[in-house]
Design a protein around this ligand. Structure first.
Ligand code: URA
Length: 284
């Protein structure tokens, strides 16, 4: 059972406050009765809800944003290890699947949905949806590494990786400034963005808003922090890209998919439903 205003807002493009106004204006009926209030509990499967005479169908689409914790598998089931599905409680338990995979030791943004089309659109190589990560790697910041990532790397697959965006961060969360506004040859990075890639400024925004100081604090001696964004989803891609440059990934956390950023208020292992605005960020 869900509240009438919640049901209508979820199933339409109207906000919760617009929906409340519509209900109070007598534009909404439930099973033929207009004597309804926003807080009325309805059964979306069986009750007939109409707005301005048009029946509102129950699609039941759900998408959760999870901050995956390390040590949990992003699979639906596993005989030995705990999976992200095990973390999901009622009313979503066993109804959703993860959108793609993160390695067992990778943390951060993982979507769980029952919407196959959403999943397809986010994962299909043809769609080039960017995935942005905070990473701690061995060694020092190096402009040449940025060039290599931008050009594409041979990581042992048939084809080199598509151009990707790499920016180094200081351990107190600042960007190394020249990386934001300029590329190595002094041109604006935005000119060279591959299809689907976020801009350096958007990457900066994601980093400022979603990376916690505790994440930076993991950076040890002879290690450095960076943000990297790719528009593919190859197996162990980020680790293999750094490995191809002689670096080892010590910590990996996904902070965004396309324009959708991980909510910094979500503790590892916790999740919440996407807001309407977040659905729009994913679906354009
Ligand atoms: N790339 C990796 O190497 N691991 C992940 O979990 C995600 C991207």
């Amino acid at each position: 059972m869900v509240r009438l205003d919640r049901f209508l807002a979820d199933e339409s493009s109207f906000s919760r406050s617009d929906v409340k106004k519509m209900i109070r204006a007598g534009r909404v009926s439930v099973n033929g009765s207009f004597d309804v209030k926003p807080e009325l509990k309805i059964d979306p499967e069986n009750d007939c809800v109409k707005a301005d005479g048009v029946q509102i169908m129950h699609t039941g689409r759900v998408c959760l944003m999870m901050n995956k914790s390390a040590g949990v598998l992003s699979a639906t089931e596993d005989a030995r290890d705990r999976t992200v599905i095990d973390l999901v409680k009622e009313p979503y338990a066993n109804k959703l699947f993860p959108v793609g995979r993160l390695d067992k030791d990778t943390e951060g943004l993982l979507l769980l949905t029952n919407d196959g089309m959403l999943s397809h659109n986010l994962l299909s190589p043809a769609k080039h949806v960017s995935k942005t990560y905070f990473v701690i790697i061995t060694g020092a910041p190096d402009e040449q590494l940025r060039e290599k990532f931008r050009e594409g790397l041979d990581i042992g697959d048939k084809k080199p990786t598509l151009p990707s965006l790499l920016m180094f961060l200081s351990v107190d969360g600042d960007f190394l400034e020249e990386h934001i506004t300029q590329s190595a040859n002094g041109e604006d990075c935005r000119e060279q963005l591959p299809h689907g890639m976020i801009s350096p400024l958007q990457m900066k925004e994601f980093c400022i808003r979603s990376i916690a100081l505790a994440d930076y604090a993991r950076c040890g001696e002879n290690e450095c922090c960076a943000a990297v964004s790719v528009t593919e989803g190859r197996f162990h891609q980020i680790k293999r890209m750094f490995s191809a440059c002689g670096r080892e990934v010590r910590f990996l956390k996904r902070i965004a998919m396309g324009g959708l950023m991980l909510d910094p208020a979500l503790e590892p292992g916790y999740y919440r439903e996407l807001t309407k605005e977040e659905w729009k960020l994913l679906e354009g």
